[in-house]
Design a protein. Structure first.
Length: 166
């Protein structure tokens, strides 16, 4: 199970990016509630979210993590994600992973946990919005440190996530 630890940490990136991409919809991720069907090819990540407006739908999302210009892992949604409006709820985020090997994922987790994010960048393409109207959010070459700082991801959050998969 230790080899998939990297997968879970990288999976958080897609959750947090999706959340920031639909920030105008006032969605707040409270934390990870559970992880199911965890493997080197994907997982179901359950998060607690609070939504202070109508429902938000993340139709599709893909995040590519790169190191020094080389692709390490691609994380994408297997199905759409729906956060019900005006309440706190548990939301399923079904993720798919693509990497050369599970060792790459484990190495990536270790780097992030140790704070060694220099040279790590993210590119993402997310389609999200309300139930009827969606918008695309895309950016390339975002520094991992910038993203972690912007989203407020701390070492404690990384450790909490690791506990779910041990």
């Amino acid at each position: 199970m230790g080899r998939v630890r990297g997968i879970v940490m990288v999976a958080c990136a897609i959750v947090m990016l999706s959340t920031s991409a639909v920030a105008q919809h006032a969605i707040l991720v409270e934390g990870v509630s559970r992880v199911t069907h965890l493997s080197t090819s994907g997982m179901n990540l359950w998060v607690e979210v609070t939504l202070n407006r109508s429902a938000v739908v993340i139709k599709s999302a893909e995040v590519v993590v790169m190191s020094e210009g080389s692709e390490l892992v691609t994380i994408s949604l297997r199905d759409k994600v729906v956060a019900r409006g005006h309440r706190r709820s548990e939301v399923l985020i079904p993720l798919r992973f693509k990497a050369r090997s599970s060792l790459v994922l484990n190495s990536l987790l270790r780097r992030i946990a140790e704070g060694d994010t220099e040279g790590l960048t993210l590119s993402y393409n997310i389609r999200a919005g309300g139930r009827l109207f969606k918008r695309c959010f895309a950016e390339e070459g975002v520094a991992m440190t910038q993203m972690l700082d912007m989203l407020g991801i701390t070492g404690e959050m990384i450790e909490e996530l690791q506990q779910y998969i041990e």
